[in-house]
Ligand binder design. Structure first.
Ligand SMILES: *Cc1c(COP(=O)(O)O)cnc(C)c1O
Length: 375
């Protein structure tokens, strides 16, 4: 029918689905997560998942809950899990909010504490670079501004006096993100320097401790400060990426502000149950963390012997500058040998590979492949 086709063409611009999308959203770039390819025999060291499975008790608890009760809504506030976490961290359940992964809470923090405007301190999110690449995405989604101060060359935090005069840093920014230990560098920061940083800021500070279980210290003590939220997750140290459970600890006023913008049933029931069972089997996870730290030490030494420059790591990954070839070439050559690692194409990171510390067998495979690539 020729006339129908003509009319469709005529109204094409007006009909365009994209005309219905907010200009802000049209201009966004989505966060790019590490790949989850389904390649058999692949050694997957690109997204910092734990090398070891959840404890048998956790698997039993999840399996036992899969029956007709799946028709029921879960507890809306993850009450029992918050009580368990409050005992663990010696605070009150009112000091804790649980999220669908800590990523959800990071997003909620932007919406709760930052004005959706690109002008002025109240609409400003800030952090350091290189750091977790989700933070700028969350700020821009909200219509807020993002600025990042470069870490020192060895990935140390700039001193408070350097920050005072740093381009793009403001003591009155609405929200500041600090990844500690840092990703992707793996470097840890002391509680005293983090404390000084938090004291120098008037807005909310999120200390993102996603990797803290692999570190020599933590900054949970700072969650008592009026402007600090400490972010933790069950994903990395507790082998539960799939279940999506993370939490914030902090002052009850900040927590209850987040609670007001929380989705009604934000944490799925099996995730709540798995996390609660995890708290009942912490020694199992401490053993796994010790194994990962042992593998980390051996992998560091073996890669250094091959000429890699490996950053000291307080996490379950290594940030390493490979010899001879550009890091991007290494990424491809390792992939040819069915080993998947991560490479970030930015000035401060493009000379490095980020390699998740897997099992000892996986680490040996990395070293064997690297030796072959150098032959
Ligand atoms: C993995 C990671 C998270 C997110 O963890 P989820 O709880 O799985 O959402 C947050 N911050 C950093 C720095 C991470 O590496």
């Amino acid at each position: 029918m020729a006339s129908g086709a003509f009319i469709w063409h005529d109204f094409a611009d007006f009909m365009k689905p994209s005309n219905r999308i907010r200009p802000l959203v049209q201009g966004l770039h989505a966060y790019v997560p590490g790949e989850q390819p389904k390649i058999s025999g692949l050694i997957k060291l690109n997204t910092n998942e734990n090398a070891y499975p959840p404890s048998p008790k956790v698997l039993r608890a999840v399996k036992a809950a899969v029956d007709g009760r799946l028709r029921l809504y879960p507890n809306p506030t993850a009450q029992r899990l918050r009580e368990g976490l409050a005992r663990l961290h010696r605070c009150r359940p009112e000091n804790i909010i649980v999220g669908n992964g800590s990523d959800e809470l990071l997003s909620m923090a932007v919406r709760a504490f930052v004005e959706p405007t690109r002008s002025g301190a109240r609409g400003r999110c800030q952090g350091f670079t290189p750091s977790y690449s989700l933070y700028p995405v969350l700020a821009r989604q909200h219509g807020a501004s993002w600025s990042a101060v470069p870490l020192d060359p060895d990935f140390a935090l700039p001193s408070p006096s350097a920050l005072r005069t740093a381009n793009g840093w403001r003591a009155d920014a609405a929200l500041t993100f600090v990844t500690t230990p840092n990703a992707p560098s793996g470097r840890g920061y002391s509680v005293s320097e983090l404390g000084a940083l938090c004291r120098s800021l008037q807005g909310v500070v999120i200390l993102d401790e996603a990797y803290v279980d692999f570190a020599s210290g933590d900054a949970m003590a700072l969650s008592k400060r009026p402007n600090v939220l400490v972010s933790r997750t069950f994903s990395k140290g507790y082998s539960l990426c799939f279940q999506r459970v993370g939490y914030f600890v902090g002052p009850r006023e900040l927590i209850s502000a987040l609670d007001k913008i929380r989705d009604s049933y934000n944490v799925n029931g099996l995730g709540q149950l798995a996390a609660l069972a995890t708290l009942d089997d912490l020694p199992y996870y401490r053993r796994n963390v010790r194994r990962v730290i042992g593998t980390r030490r051996r992998l560091t030494a073996d890669l250094e012997a091959l000429g890699f420059r490996v950053q000291p790591s307080e996490t379950n990954f290594l940030f390493a500058k490979p010899p001879r070839h550009p890091a991007e070439t290494w990424l491809a050559r390792l992939r040819d040998r069915k080993i998947l690692v991560r490479w970030f194409d930015a000035p401060a990171t493009r000379d490095y590979l980020r390699i998740t510390v897997g099992t000892d067998a996986e680490a040996r495979a990395v070293v064997r492949a690297a030796a072959q690539i150098l032959k």
